[in-house]
Design a protein around this ligand. Structure first.
Ligand SMILES: N[C@@H](CCC(=O)N[C@@H](CS)C(=O)NCC(=O)O)C(=O)O
Length: 254
């Protein structure tokens, strides 16, 4: 039996990409919650794995040549696991290039744009008093989400999966696409995406992967509460100085 892979995560779509892949590949793992709403992503020991102060990250005790390895960035983790197991990541150059196009499309487009749409819809209203100030940004990211769903819908027309057989590209896209309804999108406008969501979302490994962290707090705490102040401080308005001070606060010596 292989040693457990540690997965640093919170209940978020980027984390579920990794838990889905681990479930699909049959790799045993240990979920290690990082309470990003409490600033735990700034702990020096976490930053040593993930210098970008973002989850997910993994430590595989049996990395290349048997030595432990840590990996951050969900796309890098998926391709690492695909190479490690030889599953869901084809080795012939043409098929691999096709998978990578859609994996990178998710990483550069879907993740960031859906994430910003979620920020402006779900969090900006409790950060900014004047709704007019967030209207433009909300519209811009809603439009991007819609545009990207349109690209995905076109790609899935006449295809069962985004790039040949079911692959790490589908695993990367699924958790964000499944969230599109919560971003105000009418999935009825994207019928091929709807069918694919059902095809992927009913896989037992996907159901198990998406359930990881269901006990962790996800939503914004009540406006004005001490929890919300902590939450907002940890997640928003980050810059180089605030990250350095959050890191100092999370150091054991402080
Ligand atoms: N491109 C990164 C994005 C990761 C990311 O944005 N993670 C968020 C949660 S979904 C996070 O850790 N946020 C903590 C913070 O903003 O400090 C990936 O896909 O791994």
């Amino acid at each position: 039996m292989s040693a457990l892979i540690d997965v640093y995560l919170w209940a978020t779509p980027n984390s579920w990409k990794v838990t889905i892949a681990l479930e699909e590949m049959g790799l045993p793992y240990n979920a290690k919650p990082v309470a990003i709403i409490k600033g735990e992503q700034f702990k020096p020991e976490f930053l040593a794995l993930s210098p970008n102060n973002r989850i997910p990250a993994i430590i595989d005790p049996q990395g290349p040549d048997g030595a432990p390895v840590s990996v951050f960035e969900s796309g890098a983790i998926l391709s690492y696991l695909g190479r490690k197991t030889g599953q869901f990541y084809p080795t012939d150059e043409r098929s691999r290039t096709e998978v990578e196009q859609w994996l990178f499309w998710q990483m550069a487009g879907v993740g960031p744009m859906f994430g910003q749409a979620s920020h402006f819809r779900n969090y900006a209203p409790s950060l900014v008093d004047d709704p007019a100030r967030i209207e433009y940004s909300t519209r811009r990211y809603d439009n991007e989400v819609s545009r990207l769903l349109g690209v995905l819908d076109g790609r899935l027309s006449g295809r069962r999966f985004v790039a040949g057989d079911y692959s790490i590209a589908d695993m990367a896209i699924y958790p964000w696409a499944a969230y599109a309804g919560h971003l105000g999108q009418d999935l009825g406008a994207f019928p091929h995406v709807q069918v694919w969501l059902k095809r992927v979302g009913t896989r037992p490994a996907v159901i198990r992967g998406m359930a990881v962290g269901s006990d962790l707090q996800r939503s914004t705490p009540p406006a004005g509460s001490p929890e919300q102040r902590e939450f907002v401080k940890a997640l928003f308005g980050q810059n180089a100085q605030s990250v350095a001070s959050a890191r100092a606060q999370q150091s054991p010596s402080s």
